[in-house]
Design a protein around this ligand. Structure first.
Ligand code: DAH
Length: 299
């Protein structure tokens, strides 16, 4: 082995010494410009998500995730959305169905029809239409972990995909992203909500320019908050609508096992695409998902 390596090494040395170099020289034109390396980068939506997570993290909010396939309880019932609410309309949700499978399908491949995919409660599963589902999962876990004692305060954000059967146009897409925030503790008030949103947006838009960001609440309605507000921020010389928020409805707290006499909380939910598009001057949401590198390389 050693001998073989040594012979090969000597042969190589011999080749180098005997002017093979000049042949190589003529084969390569070292004055040609190199091939540019294409550097990858994060998708603008991912960049926006990372930035939001980082700012909320500094405000003490832990980022958590939830499943994109949800059941009736987490997407609707626990969020105080009643059985007859229009938000449950099949035209507004992606309900799931199973491909026919198993023995029945093997026997009767022609007539086996896809069936509604059912959750543990026997109700149809769906692609979540809002990240508010993660509020429920987080509070349920906190209550379960406390084993009958008072659960510790909850401060979370959840950023992820949501799905609605909208026809794609410049401002709609059947999949988009939301950031959801939730804070539960004794004595949390709407002033805390406004303060957190103010600090969040100050960091997000106003840090560099040092321009003070103003947060404005307008009365609104969501089944899972009471009172509910639409939130606007004053940025770049105009009011910009950024999403919904409010104080967690006592019905929601009760649904997950909290005593609304003991704790209160606030929640908010914002669309991420809208912020990202505004920030970068993107005018068509479809550009974000066309996977055109010439577009994506700009961010
Ligand atoms: N889930 C709402 C939506 O998709 C947004 C929202 C509004 C979330 C108010 C919240 C909230 O947490 O408090 O339109």
């Amino acid at each position: 082995m050693k001998a073989a390596v040594e012979t090969a090494f000597e042969a190589a040395q011999g080749r180098l010494a005997s002017g093979t170099k000049s042949v190589e020289k003529s084969a390569f034109d070292i004055t040609l410009p190199g091939r540019p390396l294409r550097r990858g980068r994060l998708h603008p939506i991912t960049q926006t998500i990372e930035r939001m997570k980082e700012i909320m993290g500094r405000l003490g909010f832990t980022a958590v995730e939830g499943p994109e396939i949800e059941d009736d309880w987490h997407n609707f019932v626990a969020l105080n959305i009643p059985e007859v609410h229009p938000a449950r309309d099949p035209l507004d949700n992606f309900y799931l169905s199973t491909a026919a499978c198993g023995l029945a399908a093997e026997k009767d491949t022609h007539h086996a029809k896809p069936q509604a995919a059912l959750g543990p409660d026997g109700k149809p599963l769906l692609l979540r239409s809002q990240t508010s589902t993660v509020q429920i999962r987080t509070m349920e876990e906190a209550v379960a972990a406390a084993e009958g004692k008072t659960p510790p305060p909850v401060r979370i954000v959840s950023l992820g995909r949501v799905y609605r059967p909208d026809t794609a146009d410049a401002t709609h897409y059947p999949m988009f992203h939301q950031i959801e925030g939730l804070c539960i503790a004794p004595g949390v008030t709407m002033a805390d909500l406004k303060g957190v949103l103010q600090m969040f947006w100050q960091s997000y838009f106003g840090l560099e320019s040092n321009e003070p960001i103003e947060v404005r609440f307008r009365p609104s309605f969501f089944p899972f908050t009471e009172p509910s507000v639409e939130c606007d921020i004053w940025h770049d010389g105009r009011w910009m609508e950024i999403g919904g928020a409010g104080m967690v409805d006592p019905n929601v707290l009760r649904a997950v096992g909290y005593d609304p006499e003991q704790v209160t909380g606030f929640a908010f939910g914002l669309g991420i695409e809208r912020i990202c598009m505004r920030q970068h001057g993107i005018t068509d949401i479809r550009d974000l998902y066309a996977n055109d590198v010439r577009f994506l390389a700009q961010f």
